[in-house]
Design a protein. Structure first.
Length: 500
């Protein structure tokens, strides 16, 4: 009978220990999504979940402790201890049993992409005289009825090789409605501004060449964005002189939450619709402006002042093309820049989230642009870079991954593979495995990867550390490049998980 009594209390102990562990796991998982930016929210959320599970901090029988992990800024430790009454063990003087359990959760947040500063895209055209110190790319988004082989993997709805501006074109497995997302973080008030967000069609008459792929001057009175941001398409797939040729843009600003890649549950703060506009003279420079100031803008109900905001967390800016609902003349390649002002050391940081599309129109040279911020707490993990349609250089060259030291990465193994189309079911085919000590780069011949994915898998060493943790992509194309590519960068692993 004594053994049976002790067994009953032991089973009661294990049952409660399991409950405490589940509560600690749930609290850690719920709170860690707020790290590393909002530790106070991480604490309050973890305490709330522990309380809902019956373990309220400060209760006479319960103590819940929530702390950021000592090792990593994106890990959260929750410790719960509680006293549980016994049954038969009271005879032996054990009125209560103390049960303590801990859980450590890790959050692998979406990497910041494309920009360590307050601006994504150029301020002026790199090929124009006097335009220096640029990031050497424009932000890019393509019209709805555009072939993915034009370089946009996600906004184009026509499969690779299908005709442009055809609502009956074959489907793109990766197309999506929400376009591209940018994050904005600022310690103070900021304002969202764009340069050439609207699609500018040619509208110049039949005497004007619409696709300037050379450095030859245009005839008098003709203009093109080819030497500026790079808008094009009406002259190739639509009606050049139509004032409404090209995609209609939609932009929206959302308030912060713990899941910036999903705006469906964010507070909508601002929105605007911008129809295509005729081209402007090359002597008329584009200017930075809020969406509310763009000619022809269709503002929604939130007012023009809503593009100026302040607050903690990551605000999300959405840029997408409107569904043309079967209408033609809605292909087109739209290029622009976006920024949040003021910038500087104490100003805003604007960056892409999840993935981004960009357009390079630079002369022959070695150019670098910022790819992703990979903080030191990712040491020992695998960093992945994927790019779509890196095949439009004027000649051969190399694509190299540059680490925060400014050198081509060689501190760990680098594996390069290819996927020959946009079919999500097609397996990656290995190209090469580059051992530590050799540079992580690939030689590219003209049109070699046109309409293909390339993937770099980079094993970060356990000793990986950095202060300024931005990685770059280096284009070395001596013949120059006019190339639209889509980029993804991420860390391998479940974004939210228990590690201890």
């Amino acid at each position: 009978m004594g053994i049976a009594a002790i067994s009953a209390d032991l089973a009661w102990y294990y049952l409660n220990a399991s409950r405490v562990q589940r509560a600690a796991d749930a609290a850690a998982l719920a709170g860690v999504v707020h790290l590393p930016q909002q530790p106070a929210d991480a604490d309050s959320t973890a305490f709330d979940i522990a309380n809902r599970n019956g373990y309220e901090h400060g209760d006479l029988a319960t103590n819940t402790v929530v702390t950021p992990d000592d090792i990593s800024a994106n890990q959260l430790r929750v410790h719960i201890s509680t006293d549980v009454d016994t049954f038969f063990a009271k005879v032996l003087g054990w009125d209560t049993m103390t049960i303590a359990r801990s859980s450590v959760a890790e959050f692998i947040p979406p990497l910041k992409l494309g920009s360590p500063e307050n601006q994504f895209g150029n301020d002026c055209a790199p090929e124009q005289s006097g335009c220096t110190g640029q990031p050497n790319f424009w932000a890019n988004i393509h019209g709805y009825w555009t072939d993915t082989r034009s370089g946009d993997a996600f906004s184009s709805h026509c499969a690779s090789g299908e005709p442009n501006d055809d609502p009956g074109c074959g489907g793109n497995d990766w197309d999506r409605e929400y376009g591209y997302l940018y994050g904005i973080e600022s310690p103070a008030e900021f304002t969202v501004e764009f340069k050439d967000l609207e699609f500018r069609n040619t509208s110049n008459g039949p005497e004007c060449p619409g696709n300037k792929q050379t450095n030859d001057p245009f005839p008098d009175g003709c203009t093109s964005d080819w030497t500026r941001t790079g808008d094009r398409g009406c002259e190739t797939w639509g009606v050049p002189n139509s004032p409404d040729c090209g995609p209609t843009m939609y932009v929206a600003l959302y308030g912060p939450d713990a899941t910036p890649l999903d705006v469906s549950d964010n507070d909508l703060l601002c929105e605007a619709t911008i129809p295509p506009l005729p081209q402007v003279a090359e002597s008329e420079p584009y200017v930075w402006q809020t969406p509310a100031a763009i000619p022809g803008v269709i503002e929604e109900s939130l007012g023009s002042a809503c593009w100026t905001k302040s607050g903690l967390g990551t605000f999300v800016l959405q840029v997408m093309v409107k569904d043309p609902d079967g209408a033609t003349n809605r292909a087109g390649l739209n290029r622009y820049s976006v920024r949040a002002t003021p910038g500087g050391l104490s100003g805003a940081n604007l960056f892409a989230i999840g993935d981004f599309a960009l357009y390079n129109n630079v002369g022959g040279s070695t150019t670098k642009f910022y790819l992703a911020e990979v903080p030191a707490f990712y040491n020992g993990k695998t960093f992945v870079v994927e790019l779509w349609d890196a095949g439009d250089a004027k000649g051969g060259g190399t694509l190299a991954v540059v680490d925060p030291t400014g050198d081509v990465f060689n501190d760990g193994e680098c594996r390069i593979s290819r996927r020959p189309n946009m079919d999500a079911d097609t397996n990656w085919a290995p190209i090469s495995t580059i051992s530590a000590g050799s540079p992580c780069q690939k030689s590219i011949t003209k049109d070699e990867h046109n309409g293909e994915w390339i993937k770099y898998e980079i094993d970060l060493p356990a000793t990986y550390s950095c202060t300024f943790c931005w990685w770059q992509m280096q284009y070395n194309y001596p013949g120059g490049v006019n190339d639209t590519t889509t980029w993804r960068a991420y860390m391998i692993g479940n974004p939210i998980h228990i590690i201890d």
